[in-house]
Every structure is written in C-alpha cells, then in structure tokens.
Design a protein around this ligand. Sequence first.
Ligand SMILES: [Zn+2]
Length: 220
Amino acid sequence: MYTFAEENYIKAIFKIAEREQNSVGTNAISSVMKTSAASVSDMLRKLSDKELIHYEKYKGVTLTTTGSKLATQLIRKHRLWEVFLVDKLKFRWDQVHDIAEELEHINSDELIRRLDVFLGSPKFDPHGDPIPNAQGKFTLRNQVTLTDLQIEQQGVLVGVKEHTTPFLEYLNDLKIGLGTHMKVVKINAFDESFTIIINQSQKHNISKKTAANLQVKVVK
Ligand SMILES: [Zn+2]
C-alpha cells in the first residue's frame, strides 16, 4: 500500500504531465508540492522503488502503467466524493475540495464501486471536471476558456479550472455557477478585463485571470 504523501505525489505528477504534455521536471513537482528539491528527490527514489514512476536524473519523471492507474483512480475517487458531498450532503461547491482530498485516500474498491452506483455513475464533478470511469477513461467535451471568446460571443459555464474556496466564493457572489449563460460584451483595452452579461440580465466586469479560469461551451 501507499502513503498519503506518495499518493499525492503521483496525482501531482499526473496533473503536471497532463498540462505540459511531457515528462515532468523535479522543479515543477517541488513547486506544486511546495517542498524542497531535496525532499522531492527522496520521494522520487521511493516512488521509483515501488515501480510507480520512471525516474532518471536530468531526464524527468514519467508514470509507469501502475502509477498512471493509481493516479486516475485517485482522481476518480476525489471527484466521486465531491459529487456525493454536494448532491447528497448538500455542501456547496466551494466547500468540498479539501474534504475530498482526504476521502480520496480511503482504499476500498468496493466502497467506490457502490458509491458510483449510488450516485448514478456521474460523468462530471461539481466543478465540471470529468470523472474517469473504473478503467480510467475520461469523458471528453468541447470547451474553451472564456478568454477565447470574441466580443458578442456567448457560452455556458461547464467547468472551473481553479477549485479554491476564495475563487468559488467570488463566483457565488457574482451568481456564477455551472450552467450560467455568459455573453462577452467588451474586452477592456486598459486592463484586459472582460465585461460580461450573465443569464441575459446582469452585467459584470471580471478580470482576465478570472475569465481564464472559466471553461465554457460555446453557444451559437
Ligand atoms: Zn476537488
């Protein structure tokens, strides 16, 4: 079995590799894990001994088949738990990420199998992220970030890139959630902020950083 720390490294390596489409450097890992290069190297040696990663100095890290399966199963558990917390226990979407970070380490395939059935095998979590199935397959979806939209283009929010409580609380204040309709009416030359109309009624000004964290399905 693996420790929480080992599992968290495997998940981090999977996510960095997905983002960079490449083998993962130790610097990227130490910045995500907020720890020193020395402790990253220690951990990488352990993960390599357990055959979860291929690790060659100066060449970066790639996950083995076992490592990559472990990563997708952790992501599956994390996202299913988030659905459970929101749909069944009535937590808000800004309250569930940290709890799911702990629940994802419970190691029972039967528990997760029953949880999935209980929830009706959801394909997406409360932040709009795809939930890999038991074989590790993700459902793909056409989406762009709000910053990709031109003036007068419209989209429906299908996901958020950032899952932190302050960001999601800010969206709550603006009454933005999954399914919210958005139309870009102006991109402001001075600070590159976006003026948008939400659900055909409310006008808001949001920063480029906020817009870059909103994933929308374009509405024609
Ligand atoms: Zn989460």
